[in-house]
Design a protein around this ligand. Structure first.
Ligand code: GTP
Length: 378
């Protein structure tokens, strides 16, 4: 199905924007997979000068080929070491992608210096561009795919112009081994690079959509537990590096079972949506809200527990003051929640430890009469 105009705009803007933290996380493991593959391919490149020597190639040619292969191998090992680090470098996929494309161009330039038609009609080396573009799908970042495609087209386009400019006669572009170089076949190659870029970008976009769907709660549109599990380690790392605290608030609606009985499932669903709209309207930067199950939510605050308690308690009062009206004819229903707080790193160093502690405090809030926020055991 063809994308509509607005659909196309949405796809392009999604591909050009920075992926969310979870996609970047997935992309970082993809970068490591690409780095491993690159190291293997670079190792194979070392054998080419040797094969050329055995086939009777000149010493100069072999030395140049060997020097090129050694440099490529050193850089491949550098990229591998950087992609293995716990700390992810945001610039790494951009640099390695340009590197991959440029290696294909470099080999074509070397071929051109040897035999002009080889540079433009070699299929194997030209496929290096396709490989470099396709491998960006593993980085899960549309910007990297578009950069790979643009770099390949610009570099290969310049190579075409250079070869046609250097050729003194059309005969120089005819080869027994590589066939005849024609402008039409070169246009086709440029178009194929563009098509490979578009297809890879669509794969990245679909993957982004799937990851977003799997991390989103269908009823409220909030991030879900899966999202939280993937997001929290990054928030812990940020808190560690800034030497700051994070507070996790486990929020549970009061008497939601009764609300279901009174309003039916659909009415109770609308009550949940009403609460989420209210909470979203109150959200500050440095706060993340997720629906973890039924009538239970987690609010993560980049605050120490005391300040977080003041904030969550203020939200609790606002929720209690904003009754839910199921429809115009029925009476407004007062909603309230209870919450238990836990603080990173003091109460635990993992999401599950923090949620266990927060749940104990939530149960205290329920036992204490509901509609309250508890930050410590008495
Ligand atoms: N409408 C609706 N109900 C749900 C959904 N998920 C869970 N529930 C219902 O939410 C209720 C959860 O109730 P509980 O939190 O266990 O109990 P409660 O009545 O809220 O009582 P306290 O939490 O002790 O105040 C159950 O009746 C579930 O069936 C949902 O997505 N939509």
């Amino acid at each position: 199905m063809l994308a509509t105009d607005s659909g196309l705009k949405a796809i392009v803007s999604s591909l050009l924007s920075r992926p969310d933290e979870i996609m970047l996380e997935i992309g970082a493991s993809g970068e490591l997979a690409v780095a491993r593959l690159r190291a293997v391919i670079a190792g194979v490149l070392l054998l080419l000068p040797l094969a050329n020597m055995l086939a009777g190639g000149s010493i100069d040619e072999n030395l140049i080929g060997l020097a090129g292969a050694v440099i490529i191998n050193i850089l491949a090992q550098v990229w591998l070491a950087l992609s293995r680090r716990r700390r992810h470098y945001r610039w790494l996929p951009f640099v390695t992608t340009v590197f991959d494309v440029s290696v294909a161009t470099l080999v074509l330039v070397l071929l051109a210096s040897h035999h002009l038609p080889a540079a433009l009609n070699s299929l194997i080396v030209w496929c290096g561009y396709l490989l470099a573009i396709l491998l960006t799908a593993l980085r899960s970042d549309g910007r990297v795919t578009l950069l790979a495609g643009a770099t390949a087209m610009v570099q290969y386009g310049l190579l075409i112009l250079a070869v046609f400019a250097v050729a003194k006669s059309p005969e120089e572009l005819i080869s027994i081994d590589y066939g005849t170089v024609t402008a039409a076949s070169q246009w086709q190659r440029l178009i194929l690079l563009a098509v490979a870029t578009v297809i890879t970008a669509m794969v990245v976009y679909r993957m982004q959509q799937l990851v977003q769907m799997s991390g989103t709660d269908g009823l409220t549109g909030l991030p879900n537990r899966t999202w939280l599990i993937h997001r929290m380690p990054r928030l812990f790392e940020a808190a560690d590096s800034e030497n700051s605290s994070l507070t996790v608030a486990l929020i549970n609606l009061d008497g939601f079972r009764q609300l279901n009985d009174e309003l039916g499932h659909g009415g109770a669903d609308r009550a949940l949506q009403h609460l989420v709209a209210l909470l979203n309207g109150l959200a500050d930067s440095g706060e993340w809200l997720a629906r973890v199950r039924g009538d239970e939510f987690v609010l993560v605050l980049r605050k120490p527990i005391g300040t977080a308690w003041e904030r969550v308690d203020a939200v609790r009062r606002i929720v209690a003051d904003h009754s839910f009206e199921p429809d115009r004819s029925s009476v407004a229903i007062r909603m309230s929640f209870s919450a238990g707080l836990a603080c990173y790193p003091h109460d635990g160093r993992s999401l599950s430890a923090l949620l266990r502690r927060a749940d104990r405090r939530l149960q205290m809030a329920k036992r204490g009469g509901r509609n309250r926020v508890v930050l410590r055991e008495e």
